[in-house]
Design a protein around this ligand. Sequence first.
Ligand SMILES: CCCCCCCCCCC/C=C/C(=O)SCCNC(=O)CCNC(=O)[C@H](O)C(C)(C)COP(=O)(O)OP(=O)(O)OC[C@H]1O[C@@H](n2cnc3c(N)ncnc32)[C@H](O)[C@@H]1OP(=O)(O)O
Length: 273
Amino acid sequence: QVCTQVPYRCYSTPGVGQVQVDMNSETGVATVRLNRPPVNSLNLDVLTELGIALEKLDADRTCRAMVLASAVPGIFSAGLDILEMYQSTPERCVAFWRALQDAWLGLYGSRLVTMAAIEGHSPAGGCLLAMSCDYRVMADGKFQIGLNETRLGIVAPFWFEDVMLNTIGHRETEKALQLGAMYSAQQALSIGLVDKVVPLAEVMPTVQGELKNWLQIPDAARVITKTSMRKQVLDRLRSQKEKDAQFFADFIGRDSVQRSLGAYIASLQKRKS
Ligand SMILES: CCCCCCCCCCC/C=C/C(=O)SCCNC(=O)CCNC(=O)[C@H](O)C(C)(C)COP(=O)(O)OP(=O)(O)OC[C@H]1O[C@@H](n2cnc3c(N)ncnc32)[C@H](O)[C@@H]1OP(=O)(O)O
């Protein structure tokens, strides 16, 4: 049970919030868990909650690190909620995209040490969240991670691409994005998409152990270094947020894209029958 004892502080109501934040003020480490069963798909509400949670943690001077994880077994995040992109309105699409931009700017630009505990599948937007952290530990086994957008007939935006480029380099990104490749944990490790692969039960302890190394570094020096490494990519989106949101809404509204998304949703449902 989380959030029941000192020194834990909760920023969300247990069992209610779709983004649960447990702040341990003794260690300075917050755990942020996505909690939108069945697959933690990222809709407007979740992205807004996530953006706010990240903003609050960044402003909390007692907080030095954040672990991004899932409260839903078997899933890190299934990525963007496809239903936000299918048969939606242009206004809703723009609002949805702004919430994604803000959550991502908050995560990639966070002053905190950020670690992803990937205890389940992590396609597309889920992979973006994981890649945007400073370090990734993934559970070995059947789970997959990757930017699979082209398989849905959509395209990973330039800032998804930038983050992947910064993580695995140009050649691997080119292959990964064109093929919409999904990788097992071991494959992801071999191309540097994740940093460590361990059995499921060891993901959290491994993250906690790794955090100790990162927290030995003085914050100011680490933050200046992180900012310098990430500024260019962050500024590229910051300078064209509205244009990017409008472009997304126009692209998603195309008949051909809507047909592809409709077919993909049907294929997800068919898998089950
Ligand atoms: C020129 C440049 C132009 C650029 C312009 C921008 C273009 C747009 C860019 C958009 C970027 C998009 C990013 C994304 O994140 S798209 C989402 C991609 N995600 C996926 O493909 C994941 C699909 N899901 C799965 O593969 C599986 O569900 C998963 C492996 C994650 C879990 O499998 P499991 O068997 O555990 O669960 P189910 O498949 O049974 O799913 C349970 C129910 O959840 C529904 N579902 C799954 N994923 C999603 C999702 N992402 N959004 C909404 N709903 C989802 C699934 O259909 C099941 O529903 P039902 O129970 O009702 O059948």
